[in-house]
Design a protein. Structure first.
Length: 431
């Protein structure tokens, strides 16, 4: 038995003081507020571990490199394809382990990796057809975080279009080829294997319908209505919105998380709500790519579960993502208090979207994921514990425990020098 003592901790019932958290076999055995200090002391405010429900790890190498020209989402995508062409299993592992260490430093204890970079240039499989996915799974283990590998089906370059040359690495021979490859993945205890449809433009309707019958029991994600151009093209091809197409194909449901969901109709929102589908917002990336502001409050009012992701990893900071959910709504509505602090914390700890229903809470039986946030930094000094979400940044995280393992201590990752490894891994890619 290991005990952590928190000066303040966010429990399911709210903020409590002087909390002893007993941990055994990676899980919380007991939670005792009002306890005398004992065990390992975690200062400041202790939160449940964050869940990053949407990441493309390799996009981290684009940070600070895409703003020289005005461009569009589509020109940004071309640059992303050029980066993807430079990666192999070894370089991807080196990059991803540093990215996941950066996530750990930000309090993220589980990441959903939307993985479509499968094969060699030209689409030829590696000798191990899952070499790239296994590199990501190992990278997460190195960094001490959990991962849900959302292995992505990607079959076409647009509605009725073949894969472009730059997309050949993403594609499989078809749904059966994808299924055969995914079945070979053998994740460790820290990992889950889920599935994903890249988007309605990248998978034909009949394949989406067949996919929907092939992923029972797995968490499933899909990029949905990120760009107006996608909606327009879907209407031209199928006579309906992307959400309506997913409903027609039988993919909507409680195992599905729709990523972005930026440009939805009222009917789309109703379809997501009635089916139990969740939505992952990625506000920083959605700003960076000029996607627009999604209807977060309308979705929440309809009962749609919300979670948060860092997507392109232009910034890795779950405080920023959670605040943005509220601040974007303020800009749209010209009203404050669109989400409660509890609702924002729930979105930032949405492990259920990644298939880990036993995480995201500090209570007996839950996974021992703890994030200590300093209350005496230039950003947080003077803030009440219940207001830290509106003041803190990732730089204020001092300690992180994931599945009972203390992976960040006094602001440093215990096993990886994230800054040095990021600099080296990214530098190699741009030589």
């Amino acid at each position: 038995m290991l005990t952590y003592w928190a000066r303040h901790a966010r429990l399911p019932g709210g903020i409590a003081d002087a909390v002893a958290i007993d941990v055994a076999d990676g899980r919380i055995a007991a939670v005792t507020p009002g306890a005398v200090p004992r065990g390992e002391i975690l200062g400041g405010l202790v939160l449940p571990g964050f869940a990053n429900t949407h990441s493309h790890a390799f996009h981290r190498a684009l940070r600070g490199r895409t703003h020289g020209d005005k461009g569009t989402f589509w020109t940004w995508r071309s640059g992303m394809y050029a980066l993807a062409d430079r990666l192999d299993p070894d370089s991807y592992h080196r990059l991803a382990r540093a990215v996941y260490a950066e996530m750990a430093l930000a309090g993220i204890t589980c990441v959903g990796e939307f993985h479509y970079l499968h094969h060699q240039a030209g689409g030829r499989p590696y000798a191990d057809p899952n070499a790239m996915g296994e590199a990501l799974i190992q990278a997460a283990a190195d960094a001490g975080v959990r991962i849900t590998l959302l292995d992505t089906l990607y079959l076409s370059g647009g509605f009725g279009q073949p894969l472009e040359p730059a997309q050949q690495r993403f594609g499989d021979t078809g749904l059966e080829g994808w299924l055969d490859r995914v079945e070979l993945l053998k994740p460790g205890a820290h990992a889950r294997v889920g599935g994903a449809i890249h988007s309605v433009r990248a998978v034909p309707e009949e394949a989406i319908a067949a996919f929907a019958c092939s992923t029972e029991g797995r968490p499933v994600h899909v990029h949905l209505s990120e760009q107006r151009a996608e909606n327009d093209a879907c209407r031209a091809e199928h006579g309906c919105t992307p959400a309506e197409l997913l409903e027609r194909c039988g993919l909507l449901g409680p195992d599905l998380t729709a990523v972005h969901a930026t440009h939805l109709t009222e009917r789309d929102i109703d379809l997501l709500a009635r089916s139990g589908t969740g939505v992952s917002f990625c506000p920083t990336t959605e700003r960076d790519l000029a996607d627009g502001i999604g209807p977060a409050r309308a979705l929440a009012d309809a009962g749609v579960p919300l979670s948060l992701g860092t997507d392109s990893n232009a910034v890795i900071d779950m405080f920023e993502e959670a605040r943005a959910l509220e601040m974007h709504e303020r800009l749209v509505s010209e009203e404050r208090g669109r989400f409660t602090a509890d609702a924002l914390h729930d979105a930032a700890t949405g492990h259920t979207a990644l298939g880990f229903t036993d995480a995201g809470r500090i209570e007996p039986g839950a996974r021992a994921d703890l994030v200590a946030v300093a209350l005496d930094t230039p950003r947080t000094a003077g803030a009440r514990p219940d207001g830290v979400l509106y003041a803190a940044t990732a730089a204020d995280v001092t300690d992180v425990v994931a599945d009972g393992r203390h992976i960040v201590h006094e602001g440093r990752h215990r096993y990886i020098d994230a800054g040095a490894e990021l600099r080296e891994a990214i530098g190699e890619l741009w030589q």
